[in-house]
Design a protein around this ligand. Structure first.
Ligand SMILES: [Mg+2]
Length: 150
């Protein structure tokens, strides 16, 4: 069986690096950084999202590594992220550094070749379930909830 796992907000804690930079807490109920931080220019947010160092500063969410290593006894883990494709090396390095299982099963929804939702991407990988902190699909509202259990 295969399990899809989102990275940011699920196994990687982005709240602390954001707080250090901007001094604002992350709102766990608002999924768009543009909406969470209306006072910060979109250009600054985009620049941060493309900065590999930002992702390397993140710490694992408490218990995430433990849980995935337990699940890995029976499940193959697939990571899916909406991070910019340019952060691929940093993201893989982070997964390896913190001992996440199957760290090479890393998939970017916005690759140079395609733009897919996480659910679409993980269906292509034959994943049975997806763990995500966003309860909807930004590309297709109907697709994910019908076709892959969140
Ligand atoms: Mg997320």
């Amino acid at each position: 069986m295969k399990l899809g796992v989102d990275i940011d907000g699920v196994i990687a804690d982005m709240a602390d690096p954001i707080f250090k930079r901007w001094g604002y807490p992350l709102n766990p109920h608002v999924y768009s950084l543009y909406e969470t931080y209306p006072n910060i220019e979109r250009e600054s947010i985009d620049r941060l999202m493309g900065n590999s160092t930002f992702y390397e500063e993140m710490l694992p969410v408490s218990g995430a590594r433990w849980a995935l290593n337990i699940l890995h006894q029976d499940w193959e883990i697939y990571y899916a992220t909406a991070r910019p494709h340019s952060t691929k090396r940093a993201t893989r390095r982070w997964l390896y550094k913190y001992n996440f299982p199957n760290y090479n099963n890393l998939h970017f929804v916005h690759s140079p070749q395609q733009r897919l939702s996480k659910a679409q991407l993980l269906i292509e990988c034959d994943c049975n379930y997806l763990i995500d902190d966003i309860p909807y699909d930004d590309l297709d509202d109907d697709y994910d909830l019908d076709d892959i259990p969140f």
